[in-house]
Ligand binder design. Structure first.
Ligand SMILES: Nc1ncnc2c1ncn2[C@@H]1O[C@H](COP(=O)(O)OP(=O)(O)OP(=O)(O)O)[C@@H](O)[C@H]1O
Length: 509
């Protein structure tokens, strides 16, 4: 038996193949591929068909290891008696890894039938991208963007039959300008190899373009924004890569490429930042005033150091230990406390696809005043390799809320305690007495004149206020309003699973 049976749209194939010199019964139906040996040593593998990346004929000369008396070579060299399935398995620490299996049959017609059927199944997965616009930032992180593309990305995309229109960015804003002006015809995904800054450029441009096409005034902070129809993917190539890490649970490059190839997507909130008159930026990761704003501003001068520039500038700014007087108003959500769980994983309850219809009663506004070491609006947990739990470990990626984390000005010793908590795998910073966290839909910050700072540096009026670190870029503004846009963009990601100790299927052992 080997002909598709049942519904024509839902072929079922069943046949006996040789896999690693063993006769195996192999079954393929839309959702599942299974193979099981007929005798000892017993193997039984169950593979979700959606995890298949591609299928290729094997050249007969490569098959000597598989050939035995049950298999004869096809009469014509064009007739293949083997094919290889390339698929993805879930590995430890949320990583996705490539795997493959070669199946051999004495009848080339059977091999052709299986290859054709599986290829057509993959083609019908319409959510998978077929053609990408791919930006490579050769400048971010350790300047490995182009190498990452050639070595880790190009071969995998080719195997999956995905075409890529590649743009190596030549300057800051190159990706932004390209997205605003290019044709999207035939493009079903925009991907960048870079850090959070490169991704922010892509997201800003895509959101702006979509809003402009619908005639929306983006300078109005209350305007509702339309969701772009194109999915976005990010392949880590920067210094911190918090968005990739938070989505996938790792900054592993191969894993990020597989998330794009497999095509499943998840809704990511985006925050808008406005001053009194206009839009400043959109961000996907973190907006931070005070310490991290100062670090961002000063670290640009040390970019030649690579990612180490953040450690260097960070250390200097800690020693400076400045505090900034500010008034913050927060439209807080009546959801449960952001200082405790649950964490955001695949199939998270809070990040379901239903639009958020929370009313915003005025009584929910809170005002907090004081001198702050840092004021942060986190759109995601901001987990990264150095802080695997993230800055706000229970922040959700698609719940329509952000976490406003306020860190009051305090002693140097307390700041060191804070930094240890940020990198801790087991503890959060939220029980420290100078830290408070609010889950919010909107917040505003008004920098207040600070006589103390003016005394320190009377000639520099700017010394009274800090700047914003907005997804790694410096943004200026002393009276700004931040608003979350629920799941405004769709990102290629299956999300990290809650428990990655137990592989989900027998293939993943
Ligand atoms: N050829 C280029 N020359 C100079 N700057 C560039 C070039 N291509 C892109 N850029 C800019 O480089 C900046 C930094 O890139 P990116 O954010 O990806 O790296 P990073 O800052 O090292 O990482 P992270 O944001 O994760 O900390 C972006 O603002 C981007 O616009």
């Amino acid at each position: 038996m080997g002909e598709p049976s049942g519904d024509e749209c839902e072929p079922v194939l069943l046949n006996t193949f040789v896999i690693k010199k063993q006769r195996c019964r192999v079954y393929f139906h839309r959702g599942l591929l299974k193979w099981e040996s007929e005798a000892d040593p017993y193997i039984r593998v169950s593979l979700p068909s959606k995890n298949v990346v591609g299928v290729e004929y094997e050249h007969p000369s490569e098959l000597s290891a598989y050939t035995n008396e049950t298999v004869c070579q096809g009469e014509s060299p064009d007739e293949h008696i083997s094919f290889t399935l390339h698929y993805v398995v879930r590995s430890k620490q949320h990583k996705l890894r490539p795997s493959k299996v070669t199946l051999t049959h004495s009848d080339p017609r059977q091999v052709a039938l299986w290859v054709k059927t599986i290829r057509s199944f993959i083609k019908d997965l319409t959510y998978r991208p077929k053609s990408l616009l791919l930006f490579v930032n050769p400048y971010g992180g350790k300047k490995r963007g182009q190498k990452i593309y050639e070595k880790n990305v190009k071969p995998l995309l080719a195997r999956a039959g995905i075409e890529a229109r590649v743009v190596i960015t030549q300057h800051q804003n190159h990706a932004h300008e390209t997205i605003l002006s290019c044709s999207f015809e035939g493009i079903d995904g925009i991907v960048c190899i870079g850090g959070d800054g490169t991704l922010a450029e892509v997201l800003n441009a895509l959101v702006l373009r979509t809003a402009k096409e619908k005639g929306i005034d983006t300078d109005n902070p209350n305007a509702e924004l339309p969701q772009p129809s194109i999915c976005v993917g990010v392949i880590p190539g920067g210094s911190t890569d918090t968005v990739a890490y938070t989505l996938h649970g790792t900054s592993d490059i191969q894993t990020a490429v597989f998330h794009i190839i497999l095509g499943e997507s998840t809704g990511l909130d985006i925050c808008s930042v406005h001053n009194e008159t206009s839009l400043l930026r959109y961000y996907a990761s973190m907006l931070s005033y005070g310490y991290l704003g100062d670090v961002c501003k000063s670290s640009e001068k040390f970019r030649w150091m690579g990612p180490k520039r953040y450690d260097y500038s960070g250390f200097r700014k800690i020693l400076a230990n400045r505090g900034y007087l500010s008034e913050i108003t927060i439209l807080s959500s009546d959801e449960d406390s952001p200082a405790t769980g649950p964490k955001c994983y695949k199939n998270c309850n809070k990040c379901g696809d239903e639009p958020d219809k929370i009313e915003k009663p005025p009584s929910d506004w809170k005002t907090v005043r004081g001198r702050f070491f840092m004021v942060n609006g986190l759109n995601i947990s901001c987990a990264c390799a150095k802080a695997p739990n993230g800055f706000s470990p229970f922040c959700h990626i698609g719940d329509g809320c952000l976490d406003v984390v306020l860190i009051r000005h305090t002693s140097l010793i307390n700041i060191l305690r804070l930094l240890l908590r940020v990198s801790s795998k087991t503890r959060t910073m939220f029980d420290l007495p100078f830290v408070e966290v609010h889950r919010a839909q909107e917040f505003t910050l008004q920098a207040m004149p600070d006589p103390q700072l003016q005394l320190l540096d009377p000639d520099a009026p700017d010394a009274q206020t800090s700047v914003w670190n907005c997804d790694g870029e410096v943004v200026y503004g002393t009276n700004i309003k931040i608003r979350v846009r629920r799941q405004l963009v769709r990102m290629f990601s299956q999300r990290m699973e809650e428990d990655d100790r137990e592989p989900s299927c027998i293939v993943c052992k």
